[in-house]
Design a protein around this ligand. Structure first.
Ligand SMILES: NC(=O)c1ccc[n+]([C@@H]2O[C@H](COP(=O)([O-])OP(=O)(O)OC[C@H]3O[C@@H](n4cnc5c(N)ncnc54)[C@H](OP(=O)(O)O)[C@@H]3O)[C@@H](O)[C@H]2O)c1
Length: 259
């Protein structure tokens, strides 16, 4: 999609990948709706991005696990900018969940954000996209939504569920010309690990994982918005990891058991 003068709604825009994505989109003359729960952070980010030429940024305080917040956020965006061209479903939380110790309440809360939040956001923006027969939805999954990792099964399951949703609606929405991109980051340098619903993460060897900066991931998300591939990865490593896991899952089991 040509980004000039488009309206982009980004969930989880207060920090990490969401904030970096907003900064990367702000290299173009765009309208940005920045959604998160932390008002001071999105107010500051909007003030910063409003300094960029041709950029209008609107902070929106909302919790994606609350349907009434989502409906109000979409209405606020449409009131301000008239349309929503791109939705980036980025808001997400993690949790450490070794089997036998899984906190069901926290697990449900995680699904409310990572899966149901993305689903409700999508349904809320769809009527306006369908009406215009144009729109793009970018769902921020994870490479662990393609190959689950030990110790974080609930988080991985939420991303597998998100992928299933993306795959299903990608075909369903073709007649409406609403496109769906699944985006799979690997380990990214954000505060994600500090914001876990239960933690700290018990994944051993985490320090040895290849880490990408949030800025590079944000730029890759903008590139995906322009090129609209079916699946997008910020790095070659992430792509090869998923490819190898699909080709030889048994080998990955062995490697992970050692790792
Ligand atoms: N970091 C990684 O290694 C990594 C790897 C693969 C995929 N991902 C995915 O990338 C996405 C962004 O993660 P990140 O690394 O940037 O994490 P992060 O730094 O912890 O940021 C998470 C963002 O989600 C928002 N958020 C959380 N719960 C929310 C809710 N209920 N309603 C609205 N916003 C909510 C947070 O804002 P507030 O707290 O202000 O609401 C924050 O802006 C997530 O979907 C994550 O699963 C991350």
């Amino acid at each position: 999609m040509n980004l000039d003068h488009k309206t982009i709604l980004i969930t989880g825009a207060s920090q990490g990948i969401g904030a970096a994505t907003a900064r990367a989109f702000a290299a173009y003359p765009v309208n940005l709706a920045l959604l998160a729960r932390s008002q001071p952070l999105i107010d500051d980010l909007a003030a910063e991005l409003n300094q960029r030429p041709g950029v209008q940024a609107l902070p929106i305080v909302a919790d994606v696990s609350r349907r009434e917040d989502i409906e109000a956020a979409v209405a606020q965006t449409l009131d301000a900018f008239g349309q929503i061209d791109i939705l980036v479903n980025n808001a997400g939380v993690g949790m450490s969940s070794p089997v036998g110790e899984i906190d069901y309440e926290k697990g449900r809360a995680l699904f409310d954000v990572n899966f149901w939040g993305a689903l409700m956001m999508t349904e809320a923006v769809l009527p306006s996209m369908r009406e215009r027969k144009d729109g793009l939805i970018i769902n921020i999954s994870s490479i662990v939504g393609r190959r689950a990792m030990p110790g974080i099964s609930v988080y991985c399951a939420s991303k597998f569920a998100l992928n299933a949703f993306s795959e299903s609606i990608r075909v369903e929405l073709k007649p409406d010309n609403v496109r769906v991109v699944s985006f799979y980051p690997g380990v990214t340098a954000t505060n994600f690990g500090d914001n876990l619903l239960t933690g700290p993460t018990s994944v051993k060897g985490k320090g040895r994982a290849k880490v990408t900066s949030a800025e590079d991931v944000g730029k890759a998300i903008v590139k995906a918005a322009i090129k609209e591939p079916r699946d997008a990865y910020p790095t070659l490593f992430d792509r090869v990891f998923v490819w190898a896991s699909t080709l030889a899952p048994w080998l990955m089991d062995r490697m992970l058991a050692r790792y």
